[in-house]
Design a binder for this molecule. Structure first.
Ligand code: ZN
Ligand code: ZN
Ligand code: FE
Length: 760
């Protein structure tokens, strides 16, 4: 049969991930001639060969693409052309200035790990990488993605590396960060500010000895510094908490391998897939209750049953575990609590040389700071809670014209977002915009994204809250039209954008706090909305929040507020242990505050109701980390309980009867697990009944769930199940955080819609 020719366009993330050499190899395999070329938006391929081979080639493009490539679409059209004599990769000078997609960082691949074992110029080399793996976003200063525009610029390639770099069939063809022992970056070891070694074998020895002896080691990684210690050593873990300034949050643990993980945590196939994926996120797993030895330090995860687990992703991690006796180390961000992860060598030494036992640095600069990402498998799907290393800066593809938008995000768990064409580039996790360091990181990263993605800002989007630092940043950004988006509308719009929804939906935003246009603090919003606007149909009844933000940190205050609302002043006579532990003087003060409306903002935040129940069950009085109450409440759920408490639905949804029931159950000595489960079931039922009424009155069957409360696995799974069983179409977040880290995408979507329909 005669040869045919095709032009093939591949879109998606196909640049900087070894896609062109892959195309080259496949073309050779199927004896095709033609060329492959990067353009600004896609990869273009022209091929000539037998129809059968063209078909096989197309099939292999889909099925065998490099792991980190994210193919969006492949379109092939038949063309008539003069056949070529060979297959060529068109030179990198053809790469347009406008390339907008940058690969996230990729965990070291199997082939590179084998190189570490071979004698030669990469034996035990901790910076080994190839076109299929290695640093990307963290080292990129500018585009196009060329070594000169990365922090590898200062390392001149040796002749051997250069040769591989230029050899089309080599695994390191055009691998920008490629390096070897002769030419690449190297680790160095410090003890108390004194450099004691640059020899990798010696460094690994010192570090593993120190960890075995209970030491704490600061280790420079891919997107920032980590602090490490033996995850089985209670004293070390506690010391690490103090060293970080009384950090209360659970620590992430890196295990030697999957087998070790499975010994300590429950995993299913999806969780294992996330753990071993090239993104190598921290996966939240259920801890196994082991009686055997050794046991993980109790203070790792604040006594919760959920454990943040990850597998090695850097060559250094693999090399270290070869030396370590322990199967697991704490690997937490190298910073003081509430500050961003440290990236530069000097500040790391200044901060930690005197605190940590050892400091391991290297001389490859980190340009884009990233934390380890955090995911949880809910309903069989990976849900990203903290989107950073391995995920950023892959865009979220929308159906909206987002060109020129800058959305500034929320205040806590901040991410911002910039728009290019229909792509929304959500920033890496920035953190809580409260300390100066985080605010500086925020501002610098906005500038970096604008430069990197060649954004020409035309319109801005901010939260409705006038006092948010993010809102202020937007207001001071420059003379651009600005759209203010209500926090919970942004939550729902974010989930809509993720699912390409552009219509009227029922939105359920269960959240901590967000500014409401009525001046109260919202956070349990049932709305009918589209991307442009929303109508708040109902919400959880308002409750005074004695002390404002302080009550969020001290859930016992919220419990007092609820008890006072439900039982009046007589609540102090209730026979529940919670009251025996609260200071009567403080309780009287809180009642006086509520009576006189002093510093008692009203809130409908669902998170606060969870806080209240957690406090009543004595799971938390004063929170030592964000969402501690809800997390502890979820941790004790017993899935077989189907019971619920009473609640009433009028203009708002009132849980007075729920609180009454809980107090009675506590008095009767029902165990906390059963009460927590009944409480969760009550919330699920309240969501369903409310949504069901809205469906009937509005004629809408699509339900969008968003807000931080839906990080709760039981709540999201059971709510989804109940709604779907009743023929509602349910949408929840997966690739975008359901917490405030996803807010910026929603702001961007709302602003873009309003521009489209000329509302702004
Ligand atoms: Zn590799
Ligand atoms: Zn070299
Ligand atoms: Fe929120």
């Amino acid at each position: 049969m005669d040869d045919q020719s095709q032009q093939i366009i591949v879109t998606g993330l196909v640049q900087g991930v070894g896609f062109r050499p892959f195309v080259f190899r496949m073309a050779k395999l199927f004896e095709l001639t033609g060329w492959v070329q990067n353009t600004n938006e896609n990869v273009k391929i022209q091929v000539t060969g037998t129809p059968r081979n063209l078909e096989l080639f197309l099939h292999s493009l889909k099925k065998e693409a490099p792991v980190a490539a994210m193919i969006e679409a492949i379109t092939a059209v038949e063309i008539t052309t003069q056949p070529f004599t060979e297959f060529k990769i068109l030179g990198s000078h053809d790469v347009s200035e406008e390339i907008t997609e940058i690969s996230p960082d990729i965990a070291v691949c199997e082939a590179c790990l084998r190189d570490i074992d071979q004698p030669g110029n990469r034996e035990d080399y901790a910076f080994v990488n190839c076109t299929n793996c290695g640093p990307r976003f963290t080292i990129i200063r500018d585009l196009p993605y060329d070594r000169a525009k990365t922090t590898m610029q200062s390392f001149a390639m040796c002749p051997a590396c250069r040769k591989e770099y230029n050899t089309v069939l080599d695994r390191r063809f055009h691998a920008q960060p490629t390096a070897c022992l002769d030419c690449g970056p190297a680790y160095e070891l410090y003890a108390k500010n004194i450099r004691i070694s640059t020899d990798i074998a010696a460094i690994l020895n010192h570090v593993s000895l120190s960890i075995a002896n209970g030491g704490i080691v600061l280790i420079k990684g891919l997107g920032g510094m980590h602090l490490a210690c033996d995850a089985f050593n209670e004293t070390s873990v506690e010391r690490l908490r103090n060293l970080k300034n009384r950090e209360g949050k659970p620590f992430a643990v890196m295990f030697r391998d999957l087998e070790a993980v499975k010994y300590y945590a429950e995993t299913d196939a999806t969780e294992e897939q996330s753990l071993t994926s090239w993104r190598r996120p921290i996966v939240l797993l259920e801890k196994k209750n082991k009686s055997g030895q050794p046991i993980l330090a109790k203070s790792l995860n604040a006594g919760l049953n959920l454990l943040g687990v990850m597998l090695p992703y850097l060559p250094f991690h693999y090399l270290l575990f070869r030396q370590l006796k322990t199967a697991a180390i704490v690997l937490t961000s190298g910073n003081f609590s509430d500050e961003p992860i440290l990236v530069d060598n000097q500040s790391a030494l200044e901060a930690f040389a005197s605190l940590a036992d050892l400091v391991v640095l290297h001389n490859r600069d980190i340009y884009n700071r990233t934390d380890d990402s955090v995911v949880r498998i809910i309903g069989g799907k990976e849900r990203v809670f903290r989107r950073s290393r391995g995920y950023v800066p892959a865009p979220v593809r929308t159906d909206l014209d987002t060109e020129g938008f800058v959305a500034f995000g929320a205040e806590l768990t901040n991410c911002f977002c910039v728009g290019k064409g229909q792509k929304a580039f959500l920033s890496q996790h920035i953190g809580d915009l409260q300390g100066l360091e985080t605010t500086l990181f925020y501002e610098a990263t906005i500038a970096q994204f604008i430069k990197l993605f060649r954004i020409k800002p035309t319109m801005l989007a901010v939260d409705l809250h006038p006092a948010y630092i993010s809102t202020q940043a937007g207001m001071n950004f420059g003379d651009f039209p600005i759209v203010h988006v209500q926090h919970h509308h942004a939550h729902i719009a974010s989930c809509m954008a993720e699912h390409h929804l552009d219509e009227k939906v029922i939105g359920v935003a269960l959240d901590g706090t967000g500014y409401g246009p009525d001046g109260h603090t919202w956070g349990s919003e049932f709305m009918v909305c589209d991307l442009n606007d929303f109508k708040r149909v109902t919400h959880f009844e308002y409750i005074p929040l004695p002390g404002g933000d302080l009550a969020t940190e001290e859930p016992w205050r919220i419990a007092v507020s609820y008890l006072y609302k439900v039982f009046g002043a007589a609540f102090t006579e209730l026979e529940i242990p919670f009251l025996k532990k609260t200071d009567p003087e403080k309780t009287r003060l809180i009642i006086a505050m509520i009576d006189k409306h002093v510093n008692c903002p009203l809130t409908s935040g669902a998170g606060r109701l969870f806080d209240c129940v957690a406090a009543l069950l004595e799971l938390v009085q004063v929170a030592s980390f964000q969402a501690e109450g809800p997390m502890r409440l979820e941790a004790i759920i017993r899935k077989e309980t189907r019971d619920t408490y009473l609640f009433t639905r009028g203009e708002t949804i009132c849980f007075d009867e729920t609180i009454r029931g809980i107090a009675e159950d506590i008095r009767q000595g029902l165990d906390a697990s059963a009460i927590s489960t009944k409480f969760h079931n009550t919330i699920i039922l309240a969501i369903f009944e409310t949504v069901n009424v809205m469906r009937r009155s509005e004629g809408i069957s699509k339900v969008v769930l968003s807000g931080g409360v839906f990080q709760n696995k039981y709540l999201l799974e059971q709510t989804t199940e109940l709604l779907e069983k009743n023929n509602l179409e349910v949408y929840s977040h997966a690739i975008v955080p359901t917490n405030d880290g996803g807010i910026a995408l929603g702001q961007l979507a709302v602003a873009s819609k309003r521009r489209e329909i000329k509302c702004v």
